[in-house]
Design a protein around this ligand. Structure first.
Ligand SMILES: *Cc1c(COP(=O)(O)O)cnc(C)c1O
Length: 223
């Protein structure tokens, strides 16, 4: 795709996000995180040149490599994947803007330990398994508020900013919508939470209409 065509394509995605967000409210602002996990540093740079700043990766090694390759650009890196305990130190070396996949109290305690040793803090989202799928990570909806408040109380170096969830894996729009509504309902119960990250390439408009204010778009942004 040539540069002009690519820019028009991104403009079209932004138009779709605009239409969805004003259906919620003119004051409802949505941020795009471009998920670059299937893309090269070159492709990331191309998207940066047309205005995109926030990028997400789901493997620590890939995040580290691309952040290093692109260190001269003022990019904002998000880690959106599952974090294994043996990768915590590597993630903290990269020091992403936001870790979106905090998915258990156990991981929070381990992360807290390492953060404290390094005398640093990290902005995080609590991941919620809103449709209770065995294939997905995240805390169960019924435990989410309690886990969130426990982390806030006991993990001083973790700055919880809100929640993240992946929509139900289903062709049934009502099921997907229900999973987003579950996450958004939890979000509204959390004091000081500002980010509700939900919606991917196939379901971002529905997610926004359910209250998402951060969408994570991969395939649609890069293909
Ligand atoms: C890959 C991924 C995305 C983006 O998926 P697309 O369907 O390509 O938009 C969003 N969030 C998470 C957690 C992912 O792993």
């Amino acid at each position: 795709m040539n540069d002009i065509k690519y820019k028009l394509k991104i403009d079209d995605i932004i138009r779709r996000i605009e239409a969805a967000r004003v259906r919620v409210s003119p004051h409802h602002i949505v941020k795009i995180v471009a998920v670059s996990k299937y893309s090269t540093s070159q492709e990331i740079e191309k998207l940066y040149r047309i205005g995109q700043r926030a990028f997400g990766e789901n493997r620590v090694q890939d995040l580290e490599r691309k952040a290093t390759e692109l260190k001269d650009l003022p990019l904002e890196w998000h880690f959106i994947g599952n974090l294994q305990k043996n990768k915590i130190n590597k993630l903290l070396e990269v020091n992403p803007s936001l870790f979106q996949g905090l998915d258990s109290l156990e991981l929070a305690y381990e992360l807290q330990k390492r953060l404290s040793l390094r005398e640093m803090t990290l902005d995080c989202l609590l991941q919620i398994n809103s449709a209770k799928e065995v294939s997905k990570h995240g805390v169960l909806p019924e435990d989410a508020v309690m886990v969130y408040e426990t982390i806030q109380k006991e993990c001083q170096n973790i700055n919880l900013k809100g929640v993240m969830s992946i929509g139900a894996h289903s062709d049934d729009k009502e099921r997907v919508k229900k999973s987003f509504a579950t996450t958004h309902n939890i979000f509204t119960q959390l004091e000081d939470a500002t980010i509700c990250s939900m919606g991917m390439s196939s379901d971002f408009e529905l997610a926004i209409e359910c209250g998402s204010n951060m969408v994570r778009l991969g395939s649609i942004m890069f293909n």
